[in-house]
Design a protein around this ligand. Structure first.
Ligand code: TXA
Ligand code: MG
Length: 339
């Protein structure tokens, strides 16, 4: 299959972008799969209610069928067809953070096909804030299921180039609208149980969420490196995707965690011991955590293109978006060195 690249420049008059979006929408309505930008990362979209189209997403990504997808909507009324119970907390959070990078897990209706939610009785829903994502959902008239548009296990794509690197010839089209702003995927919050559980940290921070609805439980897998460890039944049921190795470049990632001075010295030492290997160092002192988040996956991919053997990442504190950054780096890491 040839992958069509649909370019949309920021400077384009809206009449022209309307045409481009309509073209992508036609493909989705016909049961095809199209990658598109969101404010977080590029997603690979299909009609969330079309089981056959959803199957194509799993196949193109090489994603295991037990890892559920996020359903993207453009208006609140779409939510009520998909979620069986919209809790009071959900309503408060939607009002405050939608459209934006917050995904809510709620009990699902029968309308959502099993394949979309990997057989779970819950569905993850988010309303993105990127105008092209919203425009595309509106133009199709259906909710769009979209995982990150990468090969399963690879770093999420923050540009159309990243998408094509993984999925060229495997998807119908990609809308190229430049780099994404946030760079790490949305915050995922499970509201289907008694207490809210943070399943994946993101740009909407734990602090912001707790300020809005009170105490939130952080899922135990958020702060640990998971690949190579066996998920327990309980953790696996709540969100199967959490237990997989994710976001990983081909190069081996070493995470160095500790006070800045110590970490910098440690990184020098590790590097000196790796003579003959191609080493890329991602230093984080002097870089805002937002900047780091927006660049992280891109830096991983650049290192791979350069043929790096090892990427050494200096850890950051877990305040604010730091929790999301550390979560992604830990999941990608082959080794963690602590002070
Ligand atoms: O920012 C984002 O969320 C991006 C853009 C494209 O919107 N999408 C994204 O999707 O990151 P994906 O498929 O790469 O990650 C979805 C995460 C997975 O960890 C999955 O396990 C979890 O959401 N998830 C989806 N449905 C769930 C459910 N019903 N219950 C628990 N976790 C769920
Ligand atoms: Mg993903």
């Amino acid at each position: 299959m040839k992958t069509k690249v649909i370019r949309i420049q920021k400077s384009m008059p809206s009449k022209k972008t309307g045409k481009q979006i309509a073209e992508a929408a036609r493909i989705i309505i016909a049961g095809g799969i199209v990658a598109f930008p969101t404010e977080t990362v590029y997603g690979l979209g299909a009609n969330a209610l079309d089981a056959e189209a959803i199957r194509k997403i799993f196949r193109a990504k090489g994603r295991p069928f037990d890892d559920p997808l996020i359903v993207h909507i453009a208006s609140k009324h779409q939510l009520y067809g998909l979620a069986a119970r919209v809790t009071a907390e959900a309503k408060i959070l939607m009002k405050k953070f939608w459209p934006g990078p917050l995904t809510l897990v709620l009990r699902k209706t029968k309308k959502v096909p099993k394949i979309t939610t990997a057989g779970l009785d819950t569905v993850a829903i988010r309303m993105p804030s990127h105008p092209i994502a919203l425009g595309l959902i509106c133009a199709t008239g259906v909710p769009i299921a979209a995982p990150s548009a990468n090969t399963f296990g690879r770093p999420s794509p923050t540009s159309a180039r990243d998408v094509l690197e993984d999925l060229d010839c495997k998807i119908d089209a990609v809308i190229d609208a430049g780099r994404t702003r946030i760079g790490v995927e949305s915050t995922v919050l499970d509201l289907s149980g008694k207490t809210p559980v943070l399943l994946r940290p993101g740009n909407i921070t734990l602090e912001q969420l707790e300020k809005t609805i009170g105490k939130i439980k952080v899922h135990p897998l958020v702060r640990v490196r998971t690949h190579g460890t066996k998920p327990t039944k309980k953790t696996a049921v709540r969100s199967p995707g959490l237990a997989y190795r994710h976001y990983a470049p081909r190069a081996e990632v070493i995470l160095v965690e500790g006070p800045a001075k110590w970490a910098e010295a440690k990184i020098k030492k590790i590097k000196a011991g790796l003579a003959g290997k191609k080493v890329v160092v991602l230093k984080t002192s002097g870089l805002s955590k937002e900047k780091l988040a927006s660049r992280l996956f891109g830096e991983f991919r650049v290192a791979d293109r350069k043929g790096a053997d090892i990427i050494i990442v200096q850890g950051v504190d877990e305040q604010g978006i730091g929790l999301a950054v550390m979560n992604r780096v830990r999941k990608a890491a082959a080794r963690i060195v602590k002070s």
